[in-house]
Design a protein around this ligand. Sequence first.
Ligand code: NDP
Length: 299
Amino acid sequence: MATTPSNLIDGKAFAARVRDGVAADVTKLKSRGITPGLAVVIVGEDPASQVYVRNKVRQTAEVGMHSVHHEFPANTSQEDLVAKVRELNADNNINGILVQLPLPKHIDEVAVIETIAPEKDVDGFHVINTGLLATGGEGMVPCTPLGCLLMLKDRLGDLSGKKAVVVGRSNIVGKPMAQLLLDANCTVTIAHSRTRDLPGEVRAADIVVAAVGRPEMIKGDWIKEGAAVIDVGINRIDAPELGEGKTRLVGDVDFNGAAPHAGAITPVPGGVGPMTIACLLKNTVTAACRQNNIDPNAL
Ligand code: NDP
């Protein structure tokens, strides 16, 4: 049997546990006459998006939810896409709506996202949900940072007082991640491309979340002994060692350099990625509960 180092956070196994919890919640909701429903909308034929959408649709059905999937050609007009979102907003069988990003260049992503009813915005990208997260309200939380937080809490327990650095300040990962860590009572630094002495900022941190999009940028000797390292990055690099023309996925952290120092670390692949879809399913259950005046924590 293969052994895994004790500091490895197995995102695949953890995501399976989250999905089991979601499936149990779906069963309870169904016994009350409610079948949570998720609609996924995709425009165009971006191969990576197609793979994500296929996985999302399959996993939604596997946990017993109602799953619908709308595909539009790349030349679809913004008007038609917005009309579909409005139709889904009004559909009582649908509790969550996800529009797969990126959208083709002629479509204004913000305009489409802002059309989604905030209570059905299971990606948590609507400005109302962003605002609720920033002000401690009860909105929908973006899936990737939510997955990172769940893994950190599972491994470390109470995060109060820990020093966290989030490298990256995007609206979909870095900023909501920092907000969640702040809500969990961490002392949070947000680093970005203009940060001075990034290695120094990382060395001071008990928790490092890397969301940069640069292969293996965060080096092993930047990691404080015992720190928890969550690698959000997904980068495809050439891998001539695997054969001519082959590629492989790596994160934003130099895993082999960082693992000997880290108290806990996520691999790429098999870390944050699987948790993102699991949290999408979790958010859909949360949305279905709230839309039916049920406390999701009291199912
Ligand atoms: P963005 O490109 O939107 O943001 C990247 C951030 O990294 C920016 O804030 C940028 O700073 C910062 N940055 C870039 N270069 C440096 C540098 N040299 N030093 C410090 N900071 C730097 O990326 P995303 O947040 O969308 O995604 C980040 C990574 O996470 C990507 O690899 C993406 O594929 C992956 N991802 C994975 C998901 C999953 O499910 N596992 C989900 C979403 C994303 P500045 O703002 O100053 O430009």
